[in-house]
Design a protein around this ligand. Sequence first.
Ligand SMILES: Cc1cc2nc3c(=O)[nH]c(=O)nc-3n(C[C@H](O)[C@H](O)[C@H](O)COP(=O)(O)OP(=O)(O)OC[C@H]3O[C@@H](n4cnc5c(N)ncnc54)[C@H](O)[C@@H]3O)c2cc1C
Length: 241
Amino acid sequence: GAGGRACRPLIAVEGLSTAFVDPALRYLESRGAEIRYGRRLRALTLGQGRIERLDFTDEPTVVGPDDAVVLALPPWVATDLLPGTPAPQEFRSIVNAHFAVRPPEGAPLILGVVGGLTEWLFAYPDRFSVTISGADHLLDEGREDLARRIWVEIAELNGLARELPSWQIVKEKRATFAATPAEAARRPGVATRYRNLVLAGDWTETGLPSTIEGAIRSGTNAAQALFRTGMCGRAQAQGVA
Ligand SMILES: Cc1cc2nc3c(=O)[nH]c(=O)nc-3n(C[C@H](O)[C@H](O)[C@H](O)COP(=O)(O)OP(=O)(O)OC[C@H]3O[C@@H](n4cnc5c(N)ncnc54)[C@H](O)[C@@H]3O)c2cc1C
């Protein structure tokens, strides 16, 4: 809200794993956390004011008296497992396009495009990538047509040939919850009526739209809520976060 000069865009040039995920895993593992993957949470066993068991696809995990659970799932999964949880119900899509072309010298790392199909153009060392938000109107469009239309814009912006290079289009239908007053009113706080269970996720009430920063803030909120209730025992990451 303080204007462009107050903004500092940060770009994960080598990918989000290198920027966020790998350092987070190293931090957790160095503190003795065990990370388990590939286990889908199917159900929760809820008792008197506390969660008692997590039913994963392979085997259940009993929640001990000193354990706490942070449920960091997408809203549609969280509300399935914990009926009655308020959550956003309307979503918006994002389309990403990638082109296997090494950008010319001097191409800006990030370029905002006004009045085109392309919204944000990223010139990574080995490719161009495009992000188009609020892209529901593009979901039914053929992937190759879309790639062609976007490439024409990139070629124009960078003085390149219009011939379509190798490309990839990724359509993510429920990429973000809709940033509308109606959906904002549905965002829950992190506390639940179970004292050893809190929610996390960008869709909880963070004060931010659906973003990585919002997801991080929700994690901090969840941890603080557990500290407040004294439920800050042994942490166990189950690959749900
Ligand atoms: C295409 C796209 C582009 C984006 N670009 C940006 C951007 O440039 N900047 C930005 O800030 N944000 C961006 N976002 C938004 C950002 O990715 C989200 O805000 C963020 O990932 C939300 O984090 P989260 O932890 O709340 O949820 P998620 O990252 O969705 O994590 C939820 C996890 O739960 C897992 N899960 C689901 N069901 C189960 C189950 N039953 N059992 C166990 N695990 C389960 C999922 O596999 C997933 O790993 C983008 C999103 C998309 C889709």
